[in-house]
Design a binder for this molecule. Structure first.
Ligand code: 2AM
Ligand code: CA
Ligand code: CA
Ligand code: CA
Length: 275
């Protein structure tokens, strides 16, 4: 299954590299920052068709809607984001990834994040560690917010999100620096590779984080919701990722200290605006 997935992802990567300089259609989904291109759809179709042919009984959850949300997470489920970082793909022609995770009976067993233009394949297998282009990734160094270099989207500290800025602005201020890379799976992969020390987002879907989460966990890191709850795979969630010390520091000193607990979470209404 592992080599089938790698071959499939590399083939999809070739398709993207071939098409990236051609003209293609771009469509709006919910707003001007939420786009999908013909290439996103073509790549998802390529991936989905090959999986269906090889493993007809597997379920697939893909971002671009060629598949249905599975009723149950039992059996084998593939989470597929054909282009994670579509805005980067369109505007920068780099720093986007194909993200694929394979879940077996509710447990993510394999995660793949492929940076298409840098030709970097990040892979993890549960219990067996993580690699980047075949080289083993070493365990994360412990960090606290005050000595962490973070990856986080600036949207979350703007006032149009109710509680989020109150929690996140102090983290931005106290850390040694923040970068917004714009591709969740790659930000988690970079965390696993030690290129950043933490990643926070208020809203991700399973195809964004399933593969990257396993990568981070396989180098000793922790990935939970912003309130420290286990991550679910059935819809949107916030994501807080980093070393054990970083994650504990954020929850204890920035989230709980603000009086925000998992129970109080309904207060944390994300106002949809999609700039
Ligand atoms: P995408 O490019 O595949 O849409 C941008 O900060 C990151 O958040 C990207 O990984 C992007 O994935 C993801 N993202 C963008 N809009 C989103 C939404 N409405 N819900 C969840 N994730 C989103
Ligand atoms: Ca999208
Ligand atoms: Ca995505
Ligand atoms: Ca996508």
């Amino acid at each position: 299954m592992e080599w089938f997935a790698v071959d499939l992802i590399k083939q999809a990567g070739e398709l993207i590299r071939r098409e990236i300089d051609q003209s293609y259609e771009v469509e709006r989904k919910t707003g001007k920052g939420d786009l999908v291109t013909e290439i996103d759809r073509a790549v998802e179709q390529l991936i989905v068709r090959r999986i269906q042919k090889q493993f007809p009984d597997h379920q697939i959850m893909g971002e671009e809607g060629t598949t249905e949300t599975p009723d149950t997470l039992s059996g084998t489920v593939w989470f597929v984001d054909p282009i994670d970082g579509t805005l980067n793909f369109i505007h920068q022609k780099r720093m986007f990834a194909i993200s694929v995770a394979i879940m077996v009976d509710g447990v993510v067993e394999y995660g793949f994040v492929y940076d298409v233009m840098a030709d970097e394949m990040f892979m993890a297998r549960k219990g067996y560690g993580a690699t980047l282009n075949g080289r083993t990734l070493t365990n994360l160094h412990e960090h606290h917010v005050r000595d962490a270099f973070l990856s986080m989207n600036a949207t979350w500290v703007t006032p149009n999100h109710q509680i989020a800025p109150e929690i996140l602005a102090p983290i931005v201020r106290d850390s040694i620096g923040t970068r917004a890379h714009g591709a969740a799976s790659l930000e988690l992969a970079w965390l696993a590779a030690g290129r950043v020390d933490g990643y926070i987002t208020m809203r991700n879907m399973p195809w964004d984080y399933a593969a990257g989460k396993l990568l981070v966990e396989e180098v000793g890191g922790r990935v939970v919701s912003l309130y420290g709850e286990p991550i679910r795979y059935d819809g949107r969630t916030s994501v807080l990722a980093g070393s054990e010390s970083f994650v504990n520091d954020v929850i204890k000193h920035y989230v709980i200290a603000k009086g925000v607990t998992a129970e109080a979470k309904p207060d944390l209404q994300i106002v949809e605006h999609e700039s």
